[in-house]
Structures are given as C-alpha cells and as structure tokens.
Design a protein around this ligand. Structure first.
Ligand SMILES: [Zn+2]
Length: 256
C-alpha cells in the first residue's frame, strides 16, 4: 500500500490494524557515465514498494535527496547537510507516530545516509516513541554478492548497475559500461586510500576519475533480478519479524 496513493479514510482502516511503515531513502548523485543520478532512489523505492506489495504494509513516499557532499564535484549531484537530513527524517518519522505508526524500516540505498539514519533511529528509540531500523539491500545478501561479482564496487559498480538494469532498463547507458570500468577504480578495498591506518580521502573524486568503483562489465539484468528477489525476501521477513516484536522489547533496556 502506497501512502501517497491512498485517501485518508482508507489510511484510517490501515492504522486501525497496523503500525508498521517502510520509508524508502536514496540520493540524487552521480553514478558514473552509465547510470542515472537517481540510482539509489530507484533501488530504495523498488525494494520498499515491492515489499509493501507483498506484505500489505504501508510504504511512504521516497526521500530522494540525501547526504552526498562527497559526490559534489560531478555535475548534477544534489545533497543536504547532514544535520538537516537528520532533523528532517527525524521530524516526519516522529510525526508518523501521530497516526499510530510505532515501527519503521528505513529502506536505504545510499551509504552516505547510514550513520544519520542510525542516529535518527537512536533518538526516536531513546524517546520510546518509535522503533526505526536501517536496512540496505546488499547487506542482507553479502555472501551471494561476493560469489557473483569479483569486484562488486560500493558505488556505481556491477552491483548497482545490475539492480538498475533490472528495475529501470531504459536508464542504463549500455554503450558507456566499458567507459565506466576503464575510467574508474576497479579494485576498491579496505586499504584503498589508507595511510598508516588513516582514511585520507573525503570525496569520491579522490579515488576515482569518473566517480565509480568496481568492474561494471560483470553486470547484467538477470543478475540484477536474482539479487533483487533474494534481498526482497529478506526485507519481507524483516518486516514480519519487526511486526511480531512486542513494543516493550524494542525500547532501551533499563540501567543496571
Ligand atoms: Zn549508489
């Protein structure tokens, strides 16, 4: 059920029985020469809407501008400052409790949002108002991703390329996939950009000339579909688990 497509009486029926919502969050930022700037928003919305369709739970509108200052050197990247993002997400999430929502899954597809969504979740939980958790699709299927791709790439790599190819094939610039690999950084690991253990880089452009990481030529729409289905199953299960928890179990434990 998509919140934006419902009328208020229809939503009244939902809130009578249910108290869970999916909130999709992405970004609008460069994803190399072959993927659209909406990549993360497309992926987050794809998962949240499909999980809502399968479970009957509510899906809110998508937040499609996130914390992306580290991509600003590339044309078109939009971002908000981290404190603004935290306050905005906290505010509309807190206000969902006014209608009876007391548990939320932040269906997130942008790494730059993670810490801030965790902080929002902490604030709301500490106030014992609402329990919100952050979920990234690729973290639910890490082993499968490592089997499928030699270099999955955390940004604009074959992982995200395959997902967009499955969800919005018309937006993948297939004739730029080799450029994406050749102009970016194929091998990206824990040690990349580290000096004596310190992470020395701040921006994507510090490591990659065209903004992307990984070998995009490993991507395909078929792999995208397989990964989408596998991660979506986890999201559906997670929602079932969350709905089953008594609210008292979700709030902070008392001091010893
Ligand atoms: Zn992305």
């Amino acid at each position: 059920m998509l919140l934006g497509d419902q009328t208020w009486p229809e939503l009244g029926d939902y809130f009578e029985d249910e108290s869970l919502a999916f909130v999709p969050l992405g970004s609008t930022e460069q994803h190399g020469p072959h993927l659209p700037e909406a990549t993360d928003a497309i992926i987050a919305q794809g998962f949240a809407r499909e999980a809502a369709r399968r479970t009957g739970y509510l899906c809110t509108p998508t937040v499609d501008i996130g914390v992306s200052p580290h991509h600003r050197q590339f044309h078109g990247t939009m971002w908000v400052d981290a404190p603004v993002f935290r306050d905005y997400v906290e505010s509309f999430t807190r206000n969902l409790t006014y209608h009876g929502i007391d548990r939320v899954i932040f269906v997130n597809a942008h790494g730059g949002n993670v810490d801030h969504l965790r902080e929002v979740g902490r604030r709301l939980r500490d106030d014992e108002e609402l329990y919100a958790i952050e979920w990234m699709w690729d973290e639910s299927i890490t082993e499968r991703i490592e089997e499928v791709f030699e270099t999955p790439g955390p940004h604009g790599g074959p992982k995200e390329t395959s997902l967009v190819w499955h969800l919005r094939p018309e937006l993948v610039r297939e004739n730029r996939i080799e450029d994406a690999r050749d102009g970016g950084l194929t091998e990206f690991g824990e040690e990349t950009g580290r000096v004596h253990g310190a992470r020395t880089f701040y921006d994507a452009i510090d490591n990659t000339g065209n903004g992307v990481l990984g070998d995009q030529t490993d991507a395909s729409p078929e792999v995208g579909e397989e990964l989408f289905e596998a991660a979506c199953d986890h999201l559906v299960e997670l929602a079932g688990w969350l709905d089953d928890q008594p609210f008292e179990e979700l709030v902070p434990k008392a001091h010893v």
